[in-house]
Design a protein. Structure first.
Length: 306
């Protein structure tokens, strides 16, 4: 199949009450894990890359990995730029064949966010590329996030004006999630009433960033083999299903994949100290990421929707 856009996947998802998983890919193993998971679950899927991954892997390398997966897989796949920090990065990804891009202007003023989002939309839409933007700031440790005290939840009164002025296809909202493995110091709870209000005001699909659940079984496995991840805590799965019922149509997952990868690599190196074959080290890690992705697809309700 050819690449599809996020909008192609998310409009029916919101209409029919499920969400599409957007999984961050960084190398061959993570890409293969997601492609295999989507194929086995018969699920549409979004593979997304950040600017830091582009710097690490190279734009041509990483984009062509995903394009090849899309050509070979029997399920629809979108290639998405996650947290594009400026107009130039978004355009480079559009020119490289991405089917969707995010322009993250959440660190700008409202008017500046509108302006840069409009510019990206003006380039993306004529080329059939969908655009995601963000209102509000997430706390966390990845890409351009802020300290917890500086996190700002999305203002429901601003979303209508923002969507009308920009023509954006999908919108990421800040309702209490955060990036990384240490999302909460106490009880984990999302502002679902805020989400409900936003969802009623705009009809476009909504996006939830920083939504990894940080499964404690995986954390314990990683710690058993030498990691130091005490206190890691994520979003309860019950909160995610509630968010889907209120209009969330795309859920970003990165940390859970990293944890599964790291725990399994540590296990392989510890249990087989004489092994130096990368395939025997990374292969099990790929399989671990695949199982995480399959579980997310079932949780989000996208299994069987391809």
């Amino acid at each position: 199949m050819v690449l599809v856009t996020n909008k192609d996947l998310m409009v029916p998802a919101r209409k029919n009450g499920y969400a599409v998983g957007a999984f961050n890919v960084q190398n061959l193993e993570s890409m293969s894990a997601i492609a295999e998971a989507a194929t086995e679950e018969k699920s549409p899927v979004i593979m997304q890359v950040t600017p830091s991954v582009i710097k690490y892997a190279g734009l041509a390398y990483i984009s062509n990995l995903v394009k090849t997966a899309a050509e070979l897989a029997p399920v629809p796949i979108a290639l998405h730029l996650d947290h594009g920090g400026d107009f130039e990065t978004a355009v480079k990804c559009i020119d490289a064949g991405f089917s969707s891009v995010m322009i993250d202007g959440s660190f700008l003023s409202f008017d500046e966010n509108v302006d840069v989002t409009k510019r990206v939309v003006s380039v993306a839409h004529p080329k059939g590329v969908s655009v995601e933007a963000e209102l509000g700031k997430l706390a966390g440790v990845e890409e351009r996030t802020v300290a917890e005290k500086d996190a700002i939840l999305t203002d429901p009164e601003a979303v209508v004006e923002f969507v009308k002025k920009t023509g954006v296809d999908t919108l990421a909202v800040a309702i209490g999630t955060s990036h990384g493995a240490y999302k909460f110091k106490s009880e984990a709870k999302l502002d679902l009433e805020r989400l409900k209000t936003i969802s009623k005001k705009i009809g476009i699909p909504l996006v939830l960033h920083g939504a990894s659940s940080v499964p404690q079984g995986i954390v314990e496995k990683a710690n058993k083999y030498g990691a130091e991840l005490s206190g890691a805590k994520g979003i309860p799965e019950t909160e995610l299903t509630k968010a889907i019922s209120l209009g969330i149509a795309k859920i970003n997952i990165d940390t859970d994949l990293r944890l599964a990868f790291t725990a399994t690599v540590r296990e392989a190196l510890t249990n087989s100290p004489k092994n130096f074959d990368p395939r025997k080290i990374l292969g099990p890690a790929k399989d671990a990421m695949k199982e995480v992705a399959k579980g997310k697809m079932r949780l989000f309700g996208s299994s069987g929707k391809a």
